[in-house]
Design a protein around this ligand. Structure first.
Ligand SMILES: Nc1ncnc2c1ncn2[C@@H]1O[C@H](COP(=O)(O)OP(=O)(O)OP(=O)(O)O)[C@@H](O)[C@H]1O
Ligand SMILES: CC(=O)N[C@H]1[C@@H]2OC[C@@H](O2)[C@@H](O)[C@@H]1O[C@H](C)C(=O)O
Length: 402
């Protein structure tokens, strides 16, 4: 019998596993690496975060990814070359972290590698009748990660979700439910990354099929793109300082909110393919605001992101929902965005996932460690079973190092 299968079989039976979760999101800021110890599986999972780091992408890496990122037309050769290259890069970043943490690769049981999303195309977005399917593409092939690190790697988590009727995202609900649902309160876990999304968690013990996650629209993606365009020396508007000195332009805001995405049923997904600088440009042309200053544009975009979240919450929970909201992702560090959210959801109580014992910047990487743990040791995660576009499946493809 293949000894790698024997190893995997043994891993599945261990009371706990040491799993590295990886996430590199739409902001292209770097690779999040979370070394986790997971005890048990399913609703009895207990997770300890042993180490966490974001290994920054340098300008060269960002430049290479941007050659294909969210673009309709790219060089097929470039895309083919980028796939193993990113696998190597991510593997080297993991090895660098392990060295810093003084952990030998053989002491790690599994890697859960999300890969780099380069294109996300749910059907409602691509609208091509010749391809009646949802689709998404993550690069950084798992075989390359496995061979270079010597660690069994699970990757490409999103394809199974699509195959089983989902949009390939958001996958957060599955891990959020296992880790963060509470017997005492209903929760909304709000992730403010490049794209914003939230997970609704009923109380533990209540019907898990009502849990789900949905994208709500842009989080930071348009803010970052606008800052880069006007002030190339800045990566983002630190602490929302520029946005907080600007005024919201109601005409531009109305144009930004006019897209049918905001009225579509939940759960739904999106990406920078739709919420791109071109989307902003068109909204500016329609509202005669192409000359609007940087600060006012950022104030309006901050309002836009917050209203996307508020509208989705209102769609599910009715007007003025009263929920316990726990934020994560880079936007949780942006006071201007937080203030706008509080204004639009005045009856909600806001906090970050740190209060629940989960480092906000590490949450998405942890999520993939949880998914890998379920794929190896658990059952298909029964979250959302019965709800449209939230299939109850296990996710992740297995790559052996040898
Ligand atoms: N102090 C801060 N002030 C304002 N914004 C911040 C701050 N820190 C981080 N951010 C924002 O958070 C972004 C990074 O967020 P994050 O790492 O959650 O994104 P991501 O994981 O790439 O996105 P996604 O979840 O869509 O995949 C930055 O690009 C910036 O816009
Ligand atoms: C296709 C893709 O990579 N989507 C990401 C992105 O970043 C945030 C939002 O858009 C979310 O849908 C998803 O990631 C998280 C981890 C998810 O699947 O839950």
């Amino acid at each position: 019998m293949n000894q790698q299968l024997v190893r995997l079989y043994q891993l599945a039976q261990q009371p706990s596993r040491r799993i590295i979760g990886l996430m590199s999101g739409t902001s292209l800021d770097g690779l999040d690496v979370a070394l986790c110890r997971l005890h048990g599986h399913g609703t009895s999972t207990r997770l300890e975060l042993e180490h966490f780091a974001t290994v920054p992408y340098d300008d060269d890496v960002r430049h290479r990814i941007r050659q294909v990122f969210a673009r309709e037309q790219v060089s097929l050769e470039y895309l083919t070359l980028l796939n193993p290259w990113l696998g190597h890069l991510h593997a080297d970043m993991i090895l660098q972290c392990l060295q810093q943490w003084q952990v030998a690769p053989r002491e790690v049981d599994l890697i859960a590698s999300h890969g780099q999303t380069v294109y996300h195309a749910p059907q409602h977005q691509h609208q091509r009748p010749d391809f009646p399917l949802n689709a998404t593409l993550q690069l950084g092939d798992g075989d390359h990660v496995a061979v270079r690190t010597g660690i069994i790697t699970l990757s490409d988590f999103r394809q199974k979700h699509i195959a089983a009727g989902g949009e390939g995202a958001p996958l957060a609900a599955y891990g959020d439910y296992l880790l963060l649902s509470s017997p005492h309160e209903e929760r909304l876990l709000l992730n403010l990354g490049g794209i914003a999304n939230f997970t609704y968690l009923p109380r533990t013990g209540q019907d898990a099929s009502t849990a789900f996650s949905t994208d709500t629209g842009p989080g930071n993606t348009l803010l970052d793109a606008t800052v880069r365009q006007h002030r190339p020396e800045l990566a983002y508007d630190e602490d929302g300082r520029l946005a907080s000195t600007g005024q919201v332009h109601e005409g531009l805001l109305a144009e930004l909110l006019g897209h049918p995405f905001f009225a579509a049923a939940l759960p739904k997904t999106t990406g920078p393919e739709l919420f791109s600088p071109a989307y902003l440009q068109q909204a500016q042309e329609r509202s005669n605001t192409t000359g609007l200053g940087l600060e006012d544009t950022l104030a309006t975009l901050t309002e836009f992101s917050a209203l996307g979240v508020a509208r989705a919450a209102t769609q599910v929970f009715g007007p003025r929902p009263a929920l316990a909201v726990y934020a994560s992702g880079g936007g949780a560090h942006n006071p201007a965005l937080q203030a706008a959210l509080r204004r639009h959801l005045p009856n909600c109580r806001f906090d970050t996932t740190e209060t629940l014992g989960v480092l906000p910047d590490a949450k998405e990487a942890i999520l993939f460690a949880l998914l890998a743990n379920e794929a190896v040791a658990g059952q298909p995660v029964s979250i959302g079973a019965g709800r449209q576009r939230v299939p109850a499946v296990s996710m992740g493809k297995i790559s052996f190092p040898g």
